[in-house]
Design a protein around this ligand. Structure first.
Ligand SMILES: O=C(O)CCC(=O)N[C@@H](CCC(=O)O)C(=O)O
Ligand SMILES: [Zn+2]
Length: 346
C-alpha cells in the first residue's frame, strides 16, 4: 500500500484515521493521486473524490456513499474503506465526483448504534429541534447535511445517495433497501438494476417523509437515495466480508464509470410500508417478541401493539414486521409494518 499520509496523518488508512481521531477536530486537507484525482479530507470521516476535469464520466453521475451512520453497523464501513484503499492505491481510476462518509465516528469507537441520540432520526432539519440542541450527533447531522448540500450544489449530473446499514435482527430477507417517500415519485428501473447487481432483491417503499439521511438527500437535494440493509450488525473484524461482495463490486463499478450489467428488474420484490409503529409512552405495549426476524408475517386479527387508547390489529391483508425494536424513546419508531405491493399499486 502506498497511501499518501498527508491525508491520514500516521494512520494506515481512512478507517484507522477516523477511529483514532474520533474525539478530535481534524482540519481540511487534500492530496492528488498519480492519475490526477484530487482527494479532499473535508472533515473527520468525510472524503471528497474529484476526478480530473478532462476525464469522462460515462454514467454522468455524482455519488454520495455513507456508512456508519449507526456506529455498530461495521460491515459497510469496512467495505467502503476497502474501496477507498483500492482507489488510493491506484488500482483503478475514479470516473465520477464522490462524497464518501463514515457517519458517526464516536459511536463507531464505542461499538454502539449511537452515543446520545439516533443520528438517523436527526436529518432533514430534525437536528434543529430543541431536544437535540448541542448533542454531538445533532452537530454531526447538520455538518453532514452541509457537506452534501455543498457537494450537490457544485455538480449538475444525476445525484445518487446510498446510505449503507446492517440490521439489528436476523432477517428472512437478508438484504433489502428502503426508498424514501417523495410525493409522486417512482423508483427508476436503473436503480432496481443497481440493487439487484448488489444482491439486494427486496425493496420497501416508504409511505411518508422521514428524518433519515436518505430522506434528507432525496427530499432536499433531489437525489435518488436509498437506505440499504446489507446483513446483520457485527463488531469490527467479525464480519464475513464474502457476504458483501455484491455491494462492493457494484459500487466499484459505479465509481469507475463502467456500464451497468443487464439485470431482469422484475426479480426485485417490492413491499410498501403501510404503518409505522411509534412508542406512544407509558401505557405502550408491543406484542412482537424481541427476537423476531425482519419480514415475519402476521395474519388478520393479530394484535401488534396497544396502549390505553388504541389497539392495532392486522386487517384483511397479512402484514410483516421490519425493524422491531421496543427500546426506543417515546415518539420514535418501534417498527414498520409492510405488505407486498400489488400489481395495480405499482
Ligand atoms: O435493524 C434495525 O432495527 C435498524 C437498522 C437500521 O438502522 N435501519 C435504518 C433504516 C432507515 C430507513 O428507514 O430508511 C434506521 O433505522 O435508521
Ligand atoms: Zn442502521
Amino acid at each position: 500500500m502506498t497511501i499518501d499520509h498527508t491525508l491520514f496523518d500516521a494512520a494506515s488508512d481512512w478507517l484507522e484515521h477516523t477511529l483514532e481521531h474520533a474525539a478530535k477536530d481534524v482540519s481540511e486537507t487534500h492530496t492528488q493521486l498519480a492519475d490526477g484525482t484530487r482527494i479532499t479530507r473535508k472533515a473527520l470521516g468525510v472524503l471528497e473524490v474529484t476526478p480530473p476535469a478532462d476525464r469522462p464520466n460515462p454514467n454522468a453521475e455524482t455519488l454520495i456513499i455513507s456508512a456508519g451512520v449507526h456506529g455498530n453497523e461495521t460491515a459497510p464501513i469496512e467495505v467502503l474503506n476497502g474501496l477507498v484503499n483500492e482507489l488510493l492505491n491506484g488500482e483503478w481510476h475514479a470516473a465520477c465526483p464522490m462524497l464518501l462518509i463514515l457517519g458517526n465516528p464516536a459511536a463507531m469507537i464505542k461499538g454502539d448504534r449511537f452515543v446520545d441520540a439516533n443520528m438517523n432520526r436527526l436529518f432533514h432539519g430534525a437536528h434543529r429541534k430543541a431536544e437535540y440542541q448541542g448533542l454531538p450527533e445533532a452537530v454531526r447531522a447538520q455538518q453532514l447535511e452541509e457537506f452534501c448540500r455543498d457537494f450537490a450544489g457544485r455538480y449538475t449530473g444525476a445525484l445518487n445517495h446510498y446510505d449503507l446499514h446492517t440490521a439489528i435482527r436476523p432477517s428472512q430477507r437478508e438484504k433489502f433497501a428502503l426508498y424514501p417517500f417523495v410525493e409522486g415519485r417512482q423508483v427508476p428501473a436503473d436503480q432496481c438494476d443497481f440493487l439487484l447487481e448488489a444482491d439486494v432483491e427486496t425493496l420497501l417503499l416508504q409511505h411518508k417523509e422521514g428524518t433519515t439521511f436518505s430522506s434528507f438527500s432525496s427530499s432536499e437535494l433531489g437525489a435518488e437515495s436509498f437506505t440499504i440493509e446489507l446483513g446483520k450488525v457485527r463488531p469490527f473484524g467479525q464480519n464475513d466480508l464474502s457476504r458483501f461482495t455484491g455491494i462492493r463490486d457494484a459500487l466499484r463499478r459505479r465509481f469507475r464509470g463502467h456500464p451497468a450489467p443487464a439485470q431482469a428488474s422484475d426479480r426485485i420484490t417490492v413491499f410498501k410500508v403501510v404503518y409505522e409503529i411509534l412508542n406512544t409512552g407509558d401505557s405502550f405495549e408491543f406484542h412482537i417478541p424481541d427476537d423476531v426476524a425482519n419480514f415475519t408475517a402476521y395474519g388478520t386479527g393479530e394484535v401488534i401493539w396497544e396502549d390505553k387508547d388504541t389497539r392495532y390489529t392486522v386487517g384483511d391483508i397479512p402484514e410483516s414486521i421490519v425493524f422491531p425494536n421496543r427500546q426506543v424513546p417515546v415518539g420514535q419508531r418501534v417498527g414498520l409494518l409492510i405488505r407486498p405491493l400489488q400489481r395495480d399499486e405499482a
